[in-house]
Design a protein around this ligand. Structure first.
Ligand code: AMP
Length: 481
């Protein structure tokens, strides 16, 4: 059993370096259980709350175990939503960066042919949502013959969303010889049935959160008339004056309405729901992660698994009708041992949902009186000042890694028959650069992108101005990130 240090695992230097650059000092409880099991190639079922470091728990051993030389995908991660798939991909990308792992994301509402092209290239890990993954498997654009690691993330949500048959369809296309990892915040009976069908003598672990999110989060509720919700939202945001706040509504329409009202009032805000274009959804998530605006109005699309630093306040403008959603929503604050606050609006007709939540969390949410007019008035000035000040930009995960890595653009690609070996050969002919300094190479039709690691970017960039690649001097420049 590992106690407090990643060095105690049999992990390669590349991975340990990535872990340390991500500032992971010691493994979380989930990681202590999952990393050794997966490294020993054992199936494992993990019951663990959101925010417990689950992604890295499976991503670390998988990044360690996949073989770089293999061109076909070796690991498949199933996620219930596109946002979660993108986030898991990001985490795996950071962890696998020094090993030069290629991680593809596959989800619906995105051009099929672009994904098809990506899958044609060397790919180590595929992260995706079930429907589109099946399309690719059935059309032969995703080769599953070498998938030896399968992760089913947020399994309970997958079942809630009716993905069970799709998951089974995907699994029938995978090799029998594989490690299966299933993670879930809750363990309904259906999951046990699924596990018995698809896993071999799995180890079952339940990570007891010693300091669960629900205990770390200061939870309050207000009994409110529906027509008065907007006014209460204004008053409370003024009094609380959060640096970063998520406002959850039950429908897209309410998100649109609340967002429009807040915009009218000049709040620094954005919205997120399933009716928006995928590109816009991802753009909003990224901007919120970086702290470019303070208030995000969203449906439950944003409730699950999404990991955003330092959200100080969650407001349930509508009480969630499903008790598990409550825990997921409020879990957006109080991440990884931080404190947070969650406020829930409850109308007279919604007391049955409230009771259900109370039974589920084993506690009563504190009932509060709305703030006095005087208090709201006194808060106005501070609120205005903060609202008119640009939020502090948060350092994105992996920013530290990026300082050591420079992405270079070469204006030649597949059309001029550029191959990875041509790039590697040229770079290695430069004194001071070896293959270990070369990261991911992405060859497109008329361009090639190369990551240069270990702070050797400037050297490579300078030398490539005077060093021919494949017999010719190429236009080489620093690529925009
Ligand atoms: P997850 O449960 O995967 O959503 O992870 C929650 C957050 O914890 C993410 O921001 C991770 O980057 C972070 N994290 C994961 N493992 C560790 C660790 N060992 N030490 C510190 N932070 C971690």
């Amino acid at each position: 059993m590992i106690n407090g240090n990643f060095n105690e695992y049999q992990l390669s230097g590349e991975l340990l370096k990535e872990i340390s650059l991500l500032n992971f000092v010691s493994p979380t409880e989930a990681q202590k259980m999952v990393i050794p099991a997966v490294l020993a190639k054992k199936d494992i079922i993990v019951k663990s709350q959101t925010g417990s470091g689950k992604t890295a728990a499976f991503a670390i051993p998988i990044c360690e175990l996949v073989e770089w030389e293999e061109n076909k995908p070796q690991a498949l991660v199933l996620a219930p939503t596109r946002e979660l798939a993108v986030q898991v991909r990001e985490d795996m990308f950071h962890l696998g960066r020094f090993k030069r792992l290629k991680i593809a994301t596959i989800y619906g509402k995105y051009p099929f042919h672009v994904q098809e092209k990506e899958l044609k290239q060397k790919t180590h890990v595929v992260v995706g949502t079930p429907g589109r993954l099946i399309d690719h498997i059935e059309r032969g654009t995703l080769d599953t013959s070498e998938i030896h690691y399968l992760v089913i993330d947020e399994a309970d949500e997958m079942l809630n969303m009716g993905f069970i048959e799709q998951i089974e369809t995907i699994i029938t296309s995978l090799p029998q010889e594989r490690v299966t990892i299933l993670l879930s915040a809750t363990m309904p009976q259906d999951i046990h049935v699924l596990c018995s069908k698809i896993m071999k003598n799995p180890t079952r672990v339940e990570i007891e959160d010693k300091n669960p999110a629900v205990d770390r989060i200061d939870q309050e509720r207000y009994l409110i008339d529906p027509s008065d919700k907007m006014q209460l939202l204004r008053d409370l945001t003024m009094v609380e004056n959060p640096d970063s706040c998520m406002i959850f509504c039950n429908t897209k329409q309410t998100v649109d309405e609340v967002f429009a009202e807040l915009l009218k009032l000049n709040y620094s805000c954005e919205k997120l729901h399933g009716g928006m274009e995928q590109r816009d959804r991802l753009g909003v998530m990224n901007q919120f992660k970086q702290g470019l605006f303070r208030y995000l109005c969203a449906t439950d699309v944003a409730a699950r698994g999404l990991d955003i630093e330092d959200i100080t306040l969650v407001i349930n403008y509508d009480i969630p009708y499903d008790r598990e959603s409550y825990v997921h929503r409020i879990g957006r604050t109080g991440r990884v041992n931080k404190l947070g606050k969650a406020i829930t609006f409850v109308t007279k007709n919604e007391t049955k949902f409230l009771k259900d939540i109370h039974d589920y969390i084993g506690n009563e949410i504190t009932l509060k009186e709305r703030p006095h007019e005087e208090t709201v008035h006194q808060s106005k000035q501070d609120f205005k000042v903060k609202n008119n000040t640009l939020p502090e930009i948060k350092e994105t995960k992996g920013a530290l890694l990026s300082t050591e890595i420079m992405k270079i653009h070469v204006n030649a690609g597949k059309k001029t028959k550029m191959r990875a070996v041509d790039i590697v050969g040229t770079l290695c002919s430069i004194q001071g650069i070896t293959a270990a300094d070369i990261g991911i190479i992405n060859i497109l039709d008329v361009s090639t992108f190369v990551e240069i690691l270990n702070d050797k970017g400037e050297l490579a960039l300078r030398e490539l101005q005077i060093t021919p690649i494949k017999g010719r001097l190429r236009k080489v420049s620093k690529a925009d990130r």
